[in-house]
Structures are given as structure tokens and as C-alpha cells.
Design a protein around this ligand. Sequence first.
Ligand SMILES: Cc1ncc(COP(=O)(O)O)c(C=O)c1O
Length: 356
Amino acid sequence: MKKNWFQKELEKYSKLSGYKKPEKYSNMIKLDSNENYAVSLEFLQKIITEVKENIDVREYPLGGTERLVQSISKYIGLPKEMIGVGNGSDQIIDLILSTFASKETKILTSDPTFGFFEERCKLYSIPTIKIQFNKNMTLDLEKFLLNTKKADILYLDMPNNPTGFQFQRKDLEKLIREFNGLVIIDEAYVEFSDYSVIEMTKKINNLIVLRTLSKSFGLAGLRVGYFVANNKIIDTFTRVIQYPYPLNTLAIEVGIMALRQSKHFTDVAELVKKERSRIIINLQQMKIFEVFDSKANFVLFTAGGSSQRIYKALIEQGISIKNLGTIGSHEGCLRVTVGSQDMNSRFLTAIRDLLN
Ligand SMILES: Cc1ncc(COP(=O)(O)O)c(C=O)c1O
């Protein structure tokens, strides 16, 4: 029987691989998804218990996102009219792409780039120009500048997932200024990095900066993302593009309480940075890996032909990291999230034992 248009469309989409989620293991030291176990669960649970007493889940969260935006505004020091929220920054990426991008708009990004972003481009058949990382896992500004005129949208996750690379501030600022289209800078890991370009949104009206509470605030399970851009983008997004109630009441109220205690999370981010250095130094000292510098809460290293063996042996020891395979000319790339001090020590001990 002849397929109708819907069956043909469904057939086309069913062939896509979609975003590959990590394996779900129980009782595992989970260092595979750049979550933040350095934040104490007790601290977050205290907030949740307090919030639970004061919410009424029978109601739609009317006015909730507006109050969350007020709290974000205080945290980042920019006006509330420049802030929008989403069900994780994933949802913001999705809505921006599905609204503003199409087969006709080209996206300039890095290779590798954030996996979910890449999958979304495939879903919406958006063509991409990808600039490869250099051998030392850094990016070449000149290569981007040469391609700016060929693209309509620039997307960069800075720091980049999975490499941990962040452009020098002046290079990124130059690229943003020279790009004559929509610029999306994904700052999911900004709290662990050296700088932010968020202030540029005051002057550059085609710039969107994405942020999240999933990483430095340790709230990945609540799905709270936000973005900063000029008033017109925010007004259009919030009034027309975004769903009326994108976040649930619990996520909104816990988000507000966490943002009120942002100092606590800033201190945790400092600890993560120290632990990141400890992991990098220890892996380097083992002398068999190539270890890359990182400005995020994870570390990328290459184990060549041994990567699969190391990955599997760690799983057997109850430690899950991310097995990325080949990136550019580097075979056997592995990415480990910086966890709590204890988790990091257990990871380092396990990997040392494996090599002996
Ligand atoms: C670069 C980047 N952007 C966004 C996200 C997703 O953030 P959220 O949890 O807010 O959807 C991630 C998560 O790993 C990420 O690596």
C-alpha cells in the first residue's frame, strides 16, 4: 500500500538517532553527564523541604516564572526585561532553533559541539558548518572569522562540551561583534570558567547567552534554564514562543531559593575548580594520557587504543565516565565529570590501580 505523507515523514524522522542518553546504572559513581555532585544533597533537600510546605500544586504556576526571572536578575545583575526561562536550556535551544532556523539557515559551530544541539539541527534539517578543534583541542579564531559571512547563526558552547575549551575573551568578543546574524553563546559551564560575555547583550542586539541551574547549582533534575538577550528577543520569546507554563512550581520555587543562596554555590564552584586541577595533574602524572585543560566541570583525556578497556574496567569498579571515541585526530577520548572530593579520589585511585 502507498504510504501517505505522514507515514513518509515518520519514516524520515525514525531514521534519526536522536540524543543518546547515558546508560542508567544503579549504585554507580556517576561522572558521565557533567552533573554537580560537589553540591551537597542535604543542602538541596533542605531547600526542597522548605519549599514543599509552601506550594499549592493544584494551581498553574501563574506569576511563578516572573518571580524566578526577578531572582535571576538579581543574581546576574541585569534587568528582568533581558531574561527568559525554559525547561532546561535544552528547551530554550529547541524553541530558538525550531522558530528561527530552517533548511535555509546555515549554522556555524565547532566540531565537536554540544551533542543535543547537534541532534536538534539534524531534526530540523538545519545545515551546519563545523570548525574542527586543533590537535591540542583549541579552536582557531581565524577559521571562524573566514566563515562568518557564510552562516546565519553562530552557536558556541563556551566552555565547550566535551573539550572544556574556552576562547580567550578578546577572541570570542571579536567573533561575536563580527557576526552579522543570530549569535548563541551557551554558557552552561560559565561558573567554572574564566569569564562571561553576558554583559555584551546590553549592546549587541543579536546575541543570546544561554545559562542553566543544572551545573553550578546542582539542579539538573529540576530542569531550570535561562537566557539573556535584548528586550525585544525576550519579549517575543516569553509572550509568543515559550509555553505559558514552561517550568513546574517546585522547580520555580527551589530555583528562587537556590539563587537567594548563590554564595554557597559560588564557593562550591571554586572547590570544583580546585578538584579539576587535581584531576588534570594526577592524570598527567600517569604519563599515558593526553590530558586537556578545562574551564568546565569535566576533564577530557585520550587513552588511544586502551580507552574501551579503561571505560569498561571503571564500570566494573562502579564508576561511570563518558566514552566519546574519536574526536578529530584523537582516538579513544574519555570525559570525566568533576564530582565530590571523595568521588574524584575514587576515580583517580581506580584508574591508577588499573594501570599498575
Ligand atoms: C553546553 C551545554 N548546554 C546545555 C546543556 C543542558 O543544560 P540544561 O540541563 O539546562 O538543559 C548542557 C548539558 O550537558 C551542555 O553541556
